[in-house]
Ligand binder design. Sequence first.
Ligand SMILES: NC(=O)c1ccc[n+]([C@@H]2O[C@H](COP(=O)([O-])OP(=O)(O)OC[C@H]3O[C@@H](n4cnc5c(N)ncnc54)[C@H](OP(=O)(O)O)[C@@H]3O)[C@@H](O)[C@H]2O)c1
Length: 342
Amino acid sequence: MKRQVSVTIFGASGYTGAGLYSLCLRHPGVHIAALSADRHAGERLSAVFPRMAGLTDRVMVSVEEAVEQATEVAFLCLPHEAAMAVVPRLLDKGCRVFDLSADFRMDTPDSYAAWYKVQHTAPELLAAKVYGLPEFHRERIREARLVAVPGCYPTSVQIGLAPLLKHRLIDPRTIIVDAKSGVSGAGRKLSQRTHYVETNENIAPYNVGRSHRHVGEIEQELSKFAGEAVRVVFSPHLTPMNQGILSTMYVDLTQPLGTSELLDLFRSEYAGERFVRVLPHLPETAFVQNTNYADVSVHVVPDTGRAIILCAIDNLVKGAYGQALQCMNIACGFDEGCGLPV
Ligand SMILES: NC(=O)c1ccc[n+]([C@@H]2O[C@H](COP(=O)([O-])OP(=O)(O)OC[C@H]3O[C@@H](n4cnc5c(N)ncnc54)[C@H](OP(=O)(O)O)[C@@H]3O)[C@@H](O)[C@H]2O)c1
């Protein structure tokens, strides 16, 4: 390893920030400059996450102090709105920014306002950002100053559908996505919806149709692969597991292709991609838990002209902090898999 980069993690007391910190501890090219928290500012990370006792005695500082201390690389593991409040200042300081929030994923201020119901406070940066899905944007990530790390559901959906849309093998008006997520997808802050009693022994659909915020990002990015406007039907579900996403996608084929031909296409599209595994069998969340893998498979349903594509990821890892670290590795010249769990 040639050098170390100085990294600041904003939102270290949350699920994605703490997970990222754990990876950074083992990354030979990373020096941690500062960790931030909001309600927990001034506390030790090991007090907030007792599993870290003995691993670190770092004290988290306020966002303001962390901005002061940030130098080379900043990871933002903050809620949307909080992220865009600090990104311009970090960029002005010369930091390379990897934002895990949704604040810079949309391409225009109007689409951001439409899906997030708030006006963007740094709209000029939306066009300058690079969308951080390495399997499709690796070369631009290399040069990026601001990387918008994709959402968890959008990561799974794009890995599942991009090969078929690029080759015009599916009718883009027929996409239905049925997705299940673990409860950590909602973050660590308490809410009635994610209370143990509400989630245990339960599968709860929510925001079905086109109302989930991730639909905007999914449609925006799928439209680029398709070369035309894509609309999806998207039904997310909260499931009683800590981590994991399984997206099951139903599409109409434009050609009479079989399962083995489509699996060959996926293998060829993802050849050399170490974090995408094209499986001949059905993906499951347990196979990817705590890893940066996206497991994908495709199955043609005989006599229907339809195919089912399944993609499993860990929402916190490939769906968030693992993908962010993968982007940082690319941008800072490290081996792309450095520090990433497989
Ligand atoms: N969870 C996932 O699966 C997932 C996947 C992809 C993307 N993301 C995105 O990643 C970001 C972080 O998610 P998470 O699940 O890690 O959330 P989380 O567990 O709720 O953690 C949020 C972090 O941000 C801090 N924070 C909260 N409000 C703040 C504010 N107004 N100003 C400054 N800091 C504030 C919190 O500090 P305190 O703890 O001290 O309050 C905490 O450190 C979100 O934008 C989320 O949408 C999450």
